[in-house]
Design a protein around this ligand. Structure first.
Ligand code: MRU
Length: 393
């Protein structure tokens, strides 16, 4: 079976610089790849173990739905769109072993319970259920792998389109200040590692870099798991984009001194009225941006919009993760060993809220695959009418 091979969604309109294929952005040691793929056996799934980056690039093979659930829960795969793609393949793996309704329901419940905040997980599981539910049992497995491959291809296409729309914004800044770099601040990892390819917040940055625009990225380290320092810095480095890793609390200072032209972050869930849930600390960056007149953009594909919720602060479940993520740090020691060390006193209570909500009023614009839109109910409903029409608000 080879139903999951990714097709190239590139529409040829992105940029017209050097002869190079623009259907893939992600480069690991100069080699193009995606974050998730079907293995050569035609049914098991390959991905990158993100818990080992930036020290080691190691591939992970998922052969059962439990493997997929574990990889999501332990954040070997992470980032809202990639979580959705991995869950979709988790359903494939369940049906590959047993194509019954019970198997589908069991896999769906297990995968849905892995992480509560990113809505792409539920979206992808709903898509998979819709794709296989009415298929006769003997056709289910192929239907599942086909839909999972489409979900991946759609994510790549969405991220490319986000890149094109975001590139226009970066070009405006570049034109306003010739001979000066455009300084973008980003938080967490909303890059190719968080998606199937390109990334959301990073897609405009990669396109700007490819176009020869002088661009520099301030990378929030993003405690407690350091997705900025470990993952965003790594992938920007792989692509050759200039970047500087900063402590999470530095952004406000940089903005006060005119060192940030724009903020671009990703999203784990955007509500019908435009509230943005993203990695913990995003809200504080949005406040600092507002206070300093720095535009604050959120890049997201439409599967990250949850039209079933409106008030993000009241309605989005915020994942709380293990205390050890906060009370320890992992890094490479001088002798090359990867070590985890404790950084808080024995006995101190520790809290680890993984996400926060930035109210829509602090968001300058949402960079989506259909364009840059206002973070308002009307703005979202106008651009995504087919999704908004079924919403309860
Ligand atoms: O906990 P994580 O690492 O999965 O959180 C990821 C983020 O918050 C990203 O910014 C978000 O998923 C957007 S990804 C394109």
């Amino acid at each position: 079976m080879n139903v999951g091979q990714a097709s190239s969604p590139f529409d040829g309109n992105i940029v017209t610089v050097a002869a190079r294929s623009y259907d893939r952005a992600m480069k690991v040691n100069g080699k193009h790849t995606r974050t998730i793929w079907l293995e050569t056996d035609g049914w098991s799934v390959g991905t990158i173990d993100q818990t080992l980056l930036p020290y080691r690039v190691a591939m992970l093979r998922l052969a059962t739905p439990d493997d997929a659930a574990r990889a999501i829960k332990t954040m070997q795969v992470r980032g809202a769109p990639l979580i959705g793609a991995a869950a979709a393949y988790g359903v494939c793996l369940a049906l590959h072993a047993d194509a019954s309704d019970e198997s589908l329901a069991r896999a769906r419940a297990m995968l849905l319970a892995t992480r509560p905040t990113a809505i792409n997980l539920k979206w992808a599981l709903d898509e998979m259920a819709a794709a296989v539910r009415t298929a006769p049992r003997e056709a289910r497995v192929a239907a599942a792998y086909r839909r999972a491959a489409e979900i991946c291809d759609e994510d790549v296409a969405n991220c490319q389109a986000i890149g094109r729309h975001g590139l226009n914004l970066i070009e405006e800044f570049a034109a306003r200040r010739p001979n000066k770099p455009v300084n973008v601040l980003t938080h967490c990892n909303a890059g190719w590692l968080a998606t199937v390819d390109w990334g959301t917040a990073t897609a405009p940055i990669y396109l700007a870099h490819d176009k020869g625009i002088d661009i520099h990225v301030w990378v929030d380290e993003t405690r407690p798991r350091n997705q900025g320092a470990a993952l965003t810095a790594w992938e920007l480095g792989q692509y050759g984009v200039k970047h500087t890793v900063i402590a999470d609390n530095t952004g406000g200072h940089l903005m006060q001194h005119g060192l940030v032209d724009m903020v671009i972050v990703g999203a784990d869930r955007v509500t019908a009225r435009g509230d943005v849930c993203n990695k913990i600390g995003t809200y504080l960056k949005a406040l600092a941006a507002k206070d300093n007149g720095v535009p604050f953009f959120v890049a997201l594909p439409s599967p990250s919009i949850d039209f079933a919720v409106s008030d993000g602060i009241a309605e989005i479940p915020i994942e709380q993760r293990g205390a050890e993520e906060q009370s320890t740090m992992t890094g490479r020691a001088a002798d090359g060993r990867i070590e985890t060390v404790q950084i808080v006193p024995d006995g101190s209570d520790v809290a680890n809220y993984a996400f926060d909500v930035t109210p829509a009023r602090l968001v300058t614009g949402l960079i989506t695959e259909r364009g840059v839109i206002e973070a308002t109910r009307a703005g979202l409903a106008k651009v995504f009418p087919e999704r908004a029409s079924g919403a309860k608000f």
